[in-house]
Write a protein that binds this ligand. Structure first.
Ligand SMILES: C[S@@+](CC[C@H](N)C(=O)[O-])C[C@H]1O[C@@H](n2cnc3c(N)ncnc32)[C@H](O)[C@@H]1O
Length: 237
């Protein structure tokens, strides 16, 4: 599987993902309210540098950033369509230097020459293989500032739950509850999840993070299998 294949659903158009998030089926309202609260705890509002990996159209993070603006925002995504929309959603951040780059998130974090105060990634890392997730954490460990945070929003498997059991449960939940998505689009979303979602256990992510020098971590919140995780070197709010 290539990265491009795993993101086809996001490259053509954003309408299906927007429809899913508008009905809050993936808990974007609660999750991004939590991300906003986290960012408001930082003491460097207006001065911090934020790297958003798999930013999509940045619709929900943009709202958080209006409350806690960064000095520098860089978004990376494979989808050109998403980045065109992101430019609009981020337009109100007048005091922030905005860069949007079309490219692979793993390559971007491995290649960055900057130090980042916050690395954010929402519902993107589960597309990576386990080996690439470990590379992702290693790269984050190299470019995260001493008091920096990795905020990782993603689906996570229950401990010892197989991927097959995870998919059975998640796809059933989608078909049972995502009732406002037209049937053909719901099946498109289910096929995407079935073919491209590789969530890990929290314990696996903790191990990968620790190996990269990020010893502190916690679950900020959890809605079903949708988690907000915070990783740092030693201390955190
Ligand atoms: C489900 S959307 C999430 C968008 C947004 N971050 C959010 O939380 O709503 C996943 C995004 O990650 C992007 N993506 C997935 N794998 C990627 C990769 N390897 N490199 C760059 N972008 C990737 C997709 O193109 C898509 O825009």
């Amino acid at each position: 599987m290539t990265s491009a294949e795993s993101t086809t659903i996001f490259t053509r158009s954003w309408s299906l993902y927007d429809l899913i998030t508008q009905h809050n089926y993936m808990f974007h309202q609660e999750i991004y309210a939590g991300v906003g609260r986290l960012l408001s705890l930082r003491e460097d509002t207006g001065r911090y540098r934020l790297l958003d990996l798999g930013c999509g159209n940045a619709r929900y993070l943009a709202h958080c950033l209006k409350q806690s603006p960064p000095a520098v925002y860089e978004g990376v995504d494979l989808s050109e369509a998403a980045l065109i929309e992101a430019r609009g959603y981020l337009a109100d951040l007048h005091g922030s230097a905005i860069t949007l780059t079309q490219g692979d998130l793993l390559e971007a974090v491995e290649a960055t020459g900057k130090t980042w105060d916050v690395i954010f990634t929402g519902f993107a890392v589960h597309h990576l293989t386990s080996a690439d997730k470990a590379r992702f954490f290693q790269a984050v460990g190299r470019c995260l500032a001493e008091k920096g945070w990795l905020i990782l929003v993603d689906v996570v498997r229950e401990e010892n739950q197989s991927r097959e059991d995870y998919l059975d449960g998640y796809l059933k939940w989608m078909r049972d509850t995502w009732s406002k998505i037209p049937p053909d689009q719901l099946e498109e979303a289910c096929t995407h999840v079935h073919d491209h979602d590789y969530p890990e256990y929290f314990s696996t992510l903790q191990t990968m993070a620790a190996a990269a020098g990020l010893q502190a971590n916690r679950i900020v919140n959890q809605y079903g299998q949708h988690h907000t995780l915070l990783f740092a070197r030693s201390s955190m709010p």
